[in-house]
Design a protein around this ligand. Structure first.
Ligand code: ADP
Ligand code: AMP
Length: 227
């Protein structure tokens, strides 16, 4: 039986644009654990012009996955930092079976395990509509949508006043490539986590607030009196 002091690892699984980052923004606050998004870590490495950033960019620009060894090392390093001692909300990692196995092994070595996989599901038309209108804050990473969740002032982040930009990999050709890559390499994780009894499926077609309520309901049995 897990105690309220055990680290809490929760995974957000779903296609690009389904709304993982949007839900993570409220979840990380509710759960009191950091949001660890592999895509954000790669984008930070690109901004800092590191070797890892240069390598990652060559894959990201094409909508391909960054190789497993590099990705696993980067996320494990992040999870070993002190602010992750109480667990983490994982978003965009794992994206392959090999990454999932590496994560399980690393958590087991710490005497821990994933508590829950929140699989958010939506059809391709919805994903393309969301990716096409996404604007992200360069400064704090907050996510907007030009129609579904517009900022108060176009181009400016409500939260921090930072500049909003459209991600280069949100261009139409790359969007479609990323969705294909998701279906080929990441979707097998749905069955993988279902077999382990960890998967809860959330209807991601609905508005942000409805998805949020479904996510909260799914978390209830795991959290109990924890938060
Ligand atoms: P992911 O992290 O899964 O790639 P995001 O959270 O960045 O997805 O969301 C993609 C885009 O869709 C953003 O522009 C976001 O504002 C918008 N969005 C997220 N969830 C919803 C929703 N339930 N309904 C409408 N738009 C949404
Ligand atoms: P995201 O921000 O999750 O949409 O990810 C943006 C891009 O970063 C992806 O299209 C991949 O190129 C790369 N990426 C992010 N997470 C991973 C991962 N777990 N494995 C491999 N590549 C990743």
């Amino acid at each position: 039986m897990a105690s309220s002091h055990d680290p809490l690892y929760i995974l957000l699984l779903g296609a690009p644009g389904v709304g993982k980052g949007t839900q993570a923004a409220f979840l990380t606050e509710k759960l009191g654990i950091p949001h660890v998004a592999s895509g954000d870590l790669f984008r930070a490495a690109i901004a800092n012009q590191t070797e890892l950033g240069k390598l990652a960019k060559s894959y990201m620009d094409r909508g391909e996955l960054v190789p497993d060894d590099v990705t696993i090392a980067m996320v494990m390093e992040r999870l070993s930092q002190p602010d992750c001692a109480g667990g983490a909300l994982l978003d965009g990692f794992p994206r392959t079976i090999e990454q999932a196995k590496a994560l399980e092994k690393a958590l087991a070595e710490r005497g821990s395990r994933l508590a829950l996989v929140l699989y958010i599901r939506a059809g391709e038309a919805t994903l393309l509509e969301r990716l096409g209108g996404r604007w992200t804050c360069r400064q704090c990473g907050a996510v907007y949508h030009e129609r579904f969740n517009p900022p108060k002032q176009p181009g400016i982040c409500d939260a921090c006043g930072g500049e909003l930009y459209q991600r280069p990999d949100d261009q139409p050709e790359t969007q479609r490539r990323r969705i294909r890559v998701y279906l080929d390499q990441t979707a097998p994780l749905i069955e993988y986590f279902k077999e382990r009894g960890l998967l809860v499926e959330i209807d991601g077609e609905r508005d942000v607030e409805s998805v949020r309520q479904a996510v909260e309901a799914a978390l209830e049995p795991v959290l109990g009196g924890r938060v």
